[in-house]
Ligand binder design. Structure first.
Ligand SMILES: Nc1ncnc2c1ncn2[C@@H]1O[C@H](COP(=O)(O)OP(=O)(O)OP(=O)(O)O)[C@@H](O)[C@H]1O
Ligand SMILES: O=P(O)(O)OC[C@H]1O[C@](O)(CO)[C@@H](O)[C@@H]1O
Ligand SMILES: [Mg+2]
Length: 528
């Protein structure tokens, strides 16, 4: 165990470890019931201000206990087990009707036995594959102070040999919620295709998000392969989206009245919280309904998964804006290109677009605090860039530097905080004024591509992701799961219980290799 002092059920570390620890806390808070709480210890040696103990309302781990790993894994197994309609119903499975064998028999039985294309319910994928040797390794996510290797398995997604619904009797509904996101139509299309492959005839779209469940005048739309065949050629949502208005009991009343058996919910973290509430309410009412979510958001801020669909496309579009800012800045005398990019609470788009464009000198994200003034401030660095290079490009995430701005306190219909405009502030109040004050000419070109990065068609990688996630969502529902999300973890396609992914928004880890790579690329110093 590197530089860590072990006490009973707690461990201490250096300041650097403390910073790492907070990142790890975020990981664990977001992905586990296991929390690391600050505690007092007399055995602290310098430099070791941190002393933590693993605690949880459900699980208390003492790392001196030789069986702690087993306890952790049992808890993990419990948390990541998939809720199923069989938890409340004593249901007999039937043989699946999903088969890709050509000569399909009416019952499907023959093909099922002959085809090895099914996923076993006991198949698992590993969520984490790096073995960190120390909590001080870049981006380390450790469970104990020794950073022991603990296998964290999650359920593999895909079609099962046995299903819990009779396809001919199923009514399936699809709803898209939150903001727009590239790939929504690709996912809708694949859900419809896959449902039809099982033999489902009754498929409907709920218009304009959760609102479509109870707003008078909004009618469900019958969907079929023929109708959705080409919808992926356009951006947006074929069904429409909306924020707010999620009244779980009314939604479930509506699900009951419409006799919906499967609900496919496409959306971000808010939508997932809503989907889980619907799943819980259905359980409470003992309804045989499978609620399966598909994670979409350009922000990429959902825990545990590699990425959400739409993120890649948003990054690709964002780098076009950066490229324009670069061209403008480079062609002007003392040009400063400034681009603001979306991301409600995290800087993933700004970081990845900065990395992919390779044209950014300064990338500012909410996870990494910065100062504008003073010797180590952003402005001094911009002066330096104008002096040495003649121009520069700044990329700022919309949630960055909010502490520098006046808060309106306003929220959107879903209850999300409406952010103050850091882009306009940086352009008008900071950069322009600063260079005027110091008498140095600066030609600031500001680009805000906000809705352009999400109101577009999915790129190839997102189209594939939507295809797989949409298909797997249907397989998950037929397998009887509910309250799950169909996602990609560590390059494998898996199902996770929604409860595990909505514990907190995912944020950029400032100690991750990715952020370090971004800093290497921009060459920016620490701004504090
Ligand atoms: N905690 C919650 N419980 C139930 N419903 C919720 C919850 N949070 C949000 N919702 C509902 O989910 C829907 C979408 O939420 P939200 O507007 O936050 O978008 P999102 O799913 O996070 O996607 P995006 O990434 O585009 O913002 C809204 O109709 C909202 O009312
Ligand atoms: O203007 P709207 O539709 O409320 O959405 C803005 C927000 O939606 C997102 O695009 C997705 O959450 C954020 O990046 C952004 O803050
Ligand atoms: Mg959200």
């Amino acid at each position: 165990m590197a530089a860590a002092l072990k006490t009973s059920g707690s461990f201490c570390g250096t300041q650097q470890q403390q910073r790492l620890q907070s990142t790890r806390d975020q990981f664990l808070l977001g992905s586990s019931h296991l929390n690391f709480k600050q505690c007092k210890s007399k055995k602290i040696r310098k430099p070791a201000p941190l002393c933590v103990r693993a605690t949880s309302s459900k699980l208390e781990l003492d790392f001196n206990d030789p069986s702690w790993k087993q306890k952790f894994q049992e808890d993990w197994e419990r948390r990541f087990s998939l809720p199923s309609i069989t938890d409340i119903y004593d249901l007999k499975p039937r043989t699946t009707t999903f088969s890709l064998k050509k000569n399909r028999t009416p019952t499907g039985d023959e093909n099922v036995d002959m085809w090895n294309g099914y996923v076993n319910n006991d198949d698992r994928a590993l969520l984490k594959v790096i073995k960190y040797s120390s909590p001080t390794s870049a981006g380390a996510e450790c469970i104990d102070p020794d950073c022991s290797w603990v296998e964290q398995w999650v359920h593999r997604a895909g079609p099962r040999k046995e299903i819990y619904y009779e396809p001919k009797e199923v009514k399936a509904a699809i709803v898209t919620c939150g903001g727009l996101c590239p790939g929504l139509n690709d996912a809708i299309r694949q859900i419809v295709f896959t449902l039809e492959t099982y033999g489902v005839k009754n498929i409907v779209g709920i218009p304009f998000g959760y609102r479509g469940f109870f707003e008078k005048g909004l009618k469900e739309m019958p969907l079929s392969r023929g109708l959705v065949e080409n919808i992926n050629l356009n951006g947006g949502s074929f069904l429409g989206v909306s924020r707010g208005g999620a009244k779980t009991s009314e939604i479930v009343d509506s699900i009951q009245a419409r006799r919906i058996d499967m609900l496919f919910v496409l959306g971000g973290n808010g939508t997932h919280a809503g989907a889980n509430a619907i799943h819980e309410e259905c359980r409470k009412r003992k309804l045989k309904v499978s609620v399966v979510a598909v994670p979409k958001t350009i922000d990429n801020d959902i825990l545990l998964m590699d990425k959400t669909f739409g993120f890649d496309t948003a990054v690709e579009e964002a780098q076009r804006a950066i490229n324009s800012a670069y061209i403008e800045a480079r062609s002007a005398y003392h040009g400063i290109g400034l681009v603001k990019l979306m991301g409600r609470s995290s800087g993933f788009i700004a970081m990845h677009a900065s990395l992919s464009s390779g044209q950014v000198d300064v990338c500012l994200i909410p996870e990494v605090p910065f100062t504008l003034d003073g010797e180590f401030g952003v402005l001094r660095h911009l002066e330096h860039l104008l002096k040495t290079k003649g121009f520069c490009v700044v990329c700022v995430a919309e949630a960055a530097g909010q502490e520098l701005l006046q808060k309106s306190g306003a929220t959107d219909a879903s209850g999300n905080v409406i952010l103050s405009d850091i882009g306009v502030h940086m352009q008008q109040k900071v950069i322009k004024m600063h260079f005027k004050d110091i008498g140095v000419p600066a030609d600031v070109k500001y680009i805000d591509p906000t809705y352009m990065v999400r109101a577009c068609r999915a790129n190839a990688s997102d189209a594939i992701l939507c295809t797989v996630l949409g298909q797997n969502a249907v397989h998950g529902a037929f397998a009887g799961f509910s309250g799950i999300t169909s996602c990609i973890c560590n390059t494998h396609y898996v199902y996770l219980p929604i409860t595990e992914v909505i514990k907190a928004p995912k944020r950029v880890n400032p100690n991750s290799r990715m952020w370090h790579r971004c800093l290497t690329s921009t060459g920016q110093p620490d701004f504090h």
